[in-house]
Ligand binder design. Sequence first.
Ligand code: MN
Length: 404
Amino acid sequence: MAARSFKKASSTFGSRTDVGCVREHNEDSLVVAPPLYVVCDGMGGHAAGEVASEIAVDVIAERAPRHPDAEALGRAVEEANLAIVRAAREGVGREGMGTTCTAAMLENERLVIAQVGDSRAYLLHKGRLQQLTRDHSLMTDLIEAGKITPEEARVHPQRSVITRALGSDPRTTPDLFEINVETGDRLLLCSDGLSGMVEDDEIESLMARTSDPQRCAALLVNEAIAHGGYDNVTVVVADVTGFAEARRRKVARKTKVTAALLVLLLAAIVAGAVGIFNFLTSNSAYLTDVDGKVAVYRGLQGDVFGLSTSELVEVTDVSVDDLQPGLANRLRTDGIKADSVEGAQELVQDYRDEIEERNRPSGDAAEPGADAAANPADAAGAGTPVDAAPTADPAATPPAGEGA
Ligand code: MN
């Protein structure tokens, strides 16, 4: 017995093989490698049947086309036949060993089959079981010739005589079938250990009521054993998922790709925004009023998308009230922008120099006096070490007022 199976990607197929209750060896072999499914029932005695069926599944698994193609699948079966003939000549197994072969490829709603011997392919379509393959057996010949009934064939002493097998004649060719199936249909491949032990009606009802294909395969084998299990029994069940399933998978893949692209795009936008944000905040500064003093901030005034874009660098010793009125007003309302913290600090130094210049006691008293007179409030709140200006105010103002 050889079983080649792929790791199960979904629950669209299932298989089971069993030696049965009577035989010592399991000479059946199978392939479950979607879209390829094969059942081979070896014969020849002294385990040679096992050798023949193993050679067959190995060659077919290797040579089968990638997609359903009846001619190409037929050629793979012919190569398997030649390989068995050659092996027997070379002393592998025994002269006269052989095997049946039911090889199927199922993809979407397309099914092809290459058939030699009396293993079978059935299709469950709308709850009804139909046999797809024609047995190469003496019983089938006799039934078709009208000499016996199917019921008689079931108990006939020559019921296991087959008229075509792989391994006996290098010119053997398989029957080829190309079948359009429908989503919801279910394919069954089996050795005669099932079809010879269990009536088609029973197979039909079990297949129709067991939705999981693996469970279905197991239950069919159990049924053959319950009926006596006189032969090795092998079952492959594959559901036709059709175009709908293929399309669904394609759409799912497309959705995944789109989602991945969106995530990348979003990441790029965020990275870009962070970059711009960092650029703006590190390349700008501004001055504003904090508790009456000129303060230096790094960054941009206000929020961007609710994020604070600035941080306080320092609150200087320069009083806003000491600034020129227009400047003080701008600083209190809009703030005064600079292209860097250093630039902002230079501005503050300029203001400081200007204020000191303005308040410096000098020989020419008229200038500071006139300045102070223009803005007595400013001078009063200045808190500068120069007290000449405040004292000069009362003296300077009345004449100015009178003059006006
Ligand atoms: Mn058998």
